[in-house]
Design a protein. Sequence first.
Length: 183
Amino acid sequence: MSRRLILSVIGDGTVMEGSPQYELARRLGALAISARFRVACGGLGGVMEAACRGAHESPEYREGDTLGLLPGLEPEQANPWVDIPIATGLGHLRNALVAKADVVVAIGGKAGTLSEIALAWIEHRPIIALGAVGWSGKLAGAAVDDRRLPDDPAGERVHAAASADEAIRIATELRRRVTSGRT
């Protein structure tokens, strides 16, 4: 049996339930599990909570499908939808761990999200920008810098997606590249 790949969801930790970004992340989380990914995030609220909540709502959800890489030392800081809270004690430095996923999807976001996008880019991780606001909206379809190699299967740009369904379609295609050992 092959390893289930990890899809990190990054974005604004302050968005509220019912907001467009929250609901987009919630749908993304459910679709990710249905597409046989596990969901990782920074473990706190907003987009992170929504993605984990959506993962739990997938009919294919299994215990252990959501991972929260917390900035503090207390596992209790995790949102209620995180199955595996990892209290790193690293503060924002934990963003480097979140960015090491097999595929990274950004929804909106502020400076913390920008740091995760930059770290994922440096590590040649496939990045999908979902939504038109925040850093995902600013970087959708763009190159972060010129450090990507021409034959890099993760792409020479941040992939743009207009919907959660499109993001998962792109992630599934990128997964084929990841599992072939080329990223």
